[in-house]
Design a binder for this molecule. Structure first.
Ligand code: ZN
Length: 287
């Protein structure tokens, strides 16, 4: 028996539903509840899927940065700010604020991109199986905001989203080929992760036709993977969060407060961290 997880960053439940994408929906599908997370950022949620836990110390790293200046995006719980930050955030220009944050607060994406790799404090789903494959997951060998991505994201925020779009689509094509190759091999657990949709949705959220094409491509990808699987194999599809319209001037989409989950077995989970439980349970009681 083989378990395949397709981790699609920012796959939005409401769009899968609106366009009735049957392959993505599988036998059972649901919204996941993110109310355990005060800050909805990508690595925290993927890390929770891999360990079954909310990673408190990792969350602290984001809190620190949010606290530094009043960046309220992604933060649901109002928190006390340092008094000097409160004053500074009112009087300093954006550019200076960005510079100070970069200089004095560690880049949370960089610091946490390998947080769970060989971390003696946490067991991940990969510790429960013999042969496993993954292509790098936020908190487990992937930085979704490295220097290059930051640069093209800044260009997108300044009105030129094309380089980011091209980068994301190229990465998707490359990693899709890696996935199809891995599924043909003899692994017990395959965890494929793709960040491309999150990158695109932030800037193309109002371009619904473009998004429809991408969602249909993902729907076809599921079919392709399925043809490579046996009847007894298991396929889970999961996203950390979705996307919704943003009032911001520089982006059109921001993270929504729920994720997506579907299974070929009919199983459902309520929270992202429960993915760990249903996968580890299969290692303990193989069918
Ligand atoms: Zn994400």
């Amino acid at each position: 028996m083989k378990i395949v997880v397709l981790g699609i960053d920012a796959l939005e439940y409401d769009l899968v539903e609106e366009w009735d994408l049957k392959n993505l929906k599988q036998r059972a599908y649901t919204k996941t509840d993110l109310s355990d997370f005060d800050i909805i950022v990508t690595p925290l949620i993927w890390g929770s899927m891999l360990t079954g836990q909310k990673l408190k110390e990792m969350e602290e790293i984001w809190r620190k940065r949010k606290k530094f200046f009043s960046q309220q995006r992604d933060v649901r719980v109002k928190q006390k700010q340092y008094w000097y930050a409160r004053i500074a955030s009112k009087v300093l220009p954006e550019r200076v604020k960005k510079f100070l944050i970069k200089k004095f607060v560690p880049d949370p994406f960089g610091v946490t991109s390998n947080y769970l790799v060989n971390n003696p404090k946490y067991k991940t789903i990969f510790d429960y199986f013999e042969g496993t494959w993954n292509n790098g997951i936020p908190s487990y060998g992937r930085n979704v905001a490295d220097q290059k991505i930051k640069k093209i994201s800044e260009m997108a925020a300044e009105g030129n989203p094309k380089p980011l779009y091209d980068y994301a689509m190229n990465l998707y094509r490359k990693e899709k080929a890696m996935l199809l190759d891995a599924v043909k091999r003899d692994y017990q657990l395959i965890f494929w992760y793709t960040p491309f949709l999150d990158k695109i949705e932030h800037f193309y959220w109002r371009k619904k036709l473009k998004l429809l094409n991408i969602y249909m491509e993902l729907n076809r990808l599921v079919e392709e993977v399925k043809t490579l699987l046996d009847e007894k194999d298991i396929l889970y599809i999961i996203s950390d969060h979705g996307m919704k319209e943003s009032p911001s001037k520089t982006i059109s989409g921001e993270h929504s407060d729920h994720g997506f989950f579907s299974s070929s077995t009919g199983e459902l989970i309520k929270k992202p961290q429960q993915l760990f439980d249903i996968i580890v349970e299969k290692a303990k009681n193989p069918r």
